[in-house]
Design a binder for this molecule. Structure first.
Ligand code: BEZ
Length: 395
């Protein structure tokens, strides 16, 4: 092995977290390589679509504190990239305030915002109808607008991270697939379809494919994959605008009954807006099992809800697509972040990030992955996110 094949950190997966890690590791003076099997800027995993929800609020105070810690890091990224990445069009949560969902609970979230002194505006169903064009909401629905929330420019973020990683001297190799890892007491050997590298630490940020590298070494992560529907609808009235919105409802027998939608996209104006259900039902067997075709029942459920409650939109889909959600088996964890110590022998040399609804944390996640790679610990409270294994026996 030559000097050019030796790295301090090899990052597997060049999505938002992989690029954020590559940038920040190189900025801390470490020889860093980021590998992406499919090539950079692909939309094969959770990064499909132009925008993501930016929100401060979480029902769980530890996660809420992480978004507060992420915010100044986003501001720094924006300033380095000379580009707005978070567009504060507001984040509107409404519905049944007591229903407990995998995305949180409205009433408790308002209490946490009070405790953490985060401003919001409490709203009744009638306020939400009058202000944002919703209609026929059940009278007991209520919620809040958090004005600092909104949407994140996904492609702008990826371009910024890629450019900064390059600028800091991080090596970025697309179209190179990692076939296997061999961790030992001193580091990790990384075998790809082109060559072999040696490094002190590996960061796995390869989303749905994380278990293809972990399971052969011991135990994989307890993750489930869902192909969720996305629908583009036409605004009937171009003057009507929305914040990002999420409606919390009692589950039905078939699904979680949760829907969300983006407002007008401020950096790429269009008469279309994107909406989706969050139905954690019918997990798929692997990333290769995605079809790009949403379950028609889920599209109908969304269109019917819109037809009943959002007259400003034409409920007939103009376009449909899907996104791959990679979520922990125990949804309360949100995602995994930590060392693979309990999963594989010499796993202390492997940092894991997978996957959840994590885009809002991207600059912070990169920093934490580098902290873990360099020091084995971080000052941020990530205890909830500790990796847990599938029930499969260790080999
Ligand atoms: C989120 O804010 O985490 C989120 C938004 C829409 C769908 C799923 C998750």
């Amino acid at each position: 092995m030559t000097g050019s094949d030796l790295f301090d950190i090899v990052v597997v997966g060049g999505g938002p977290v992989g690029l954020s890690t590559g940038w920040q590791a190189a900025a801390r003076g470490r020889r860093t390589l980021v590998l992406d099997r499919h090539g950079f800027f692909n939309e094969r995993c959770g990064t499909s679509g132009a925008e993501r929800h930016w929100r401060l609020q979480y029902t769980q105070e530890d996660l809420f504190r992480l978004t507060l810690e992420a915010l100044p890091r986003w501001r720094r990224l924006e300033s380095l990239a000379e580009r707005t990445l978070i567009h504060e069009i507001g984040s509107l949560w409404f519905g049944d305030v007591d229903v407990e969902t995998n995305e949180g609970q409205i009433a408790e979230t308002m209490r946490v915002m009070d405790r953490l002194d985060v401003r919001y505006e409490a709203l009744t169903a009638r306020d939400i109808e009058r202000r944002f064009g919703f209609a026929r909401l059940p009278g007991h629905y209520a919620g809040f607008l958090q004005p600092g929330g909104g949407t994140i420019d996904v492609r702008g973020t990826l371009a910024a991270l890629y450019g900064l990683a390059q600028q800091e001297g991080c090596l970025l190799r697309g179209g190179e697939r990692v076939l296997g890892l061999e961790p030992d007491a001193d580091g990790v050997t990384v075998r790809t379809d082109r060559q072999t590298y040696r490094c002190a630490k590996v960061v796995l940020a390869n989303g749905a494919e994380v278990n293809s590298l972990l399971t052969p070494l011991g135990r994989g992560l307890d993750i489930k994959l869902y192909e969720m529907a996305l629908v583009s609808l036409r605004r009937r009235d171009q003057a009507v605008d929305f914040p990002f919105w999420f409606v919390f409802q009692q589950p039905t027998e078939e699904d979680t009954n949760l829907f969300y939608g983006f407002g007008r996209n401020p950096w790429s104006p269009s008469e279309l807006v994107r909406l989706g259900p969050v139905f954690e039902v019918d997990p798929i067997a692997g990333a290769d099992h995605t079809t790009g075709e949403p379950d028609p029942r889920h599209v109908t459920r969304l269109s019917t809800w819109v037809g009943n409650h959002l007259p400003a939109l034409d409920p007939e889909p103009v376009r449909t697509s899907t996104c791959l959600a990679v979520l922990p088996g125990d949804l309360r964890r949100q995602f995994y972040l930590g060392l693979a110590t309990d999963l594989v022998p010499d796993g202390g040399n492997i940092v894991l990030y997978s996957s959840g609804w994590g885009f809002k944390f991207v600059p912070l996640l990169g920093e934490v992955c580098v902290d873990l790679a360099l020091h084995g610990s971080t000052e941020h409270d990530i205890s909830r996110l500790a990796p847990t294994a599938t029930q499969e026996a260790a080999r």
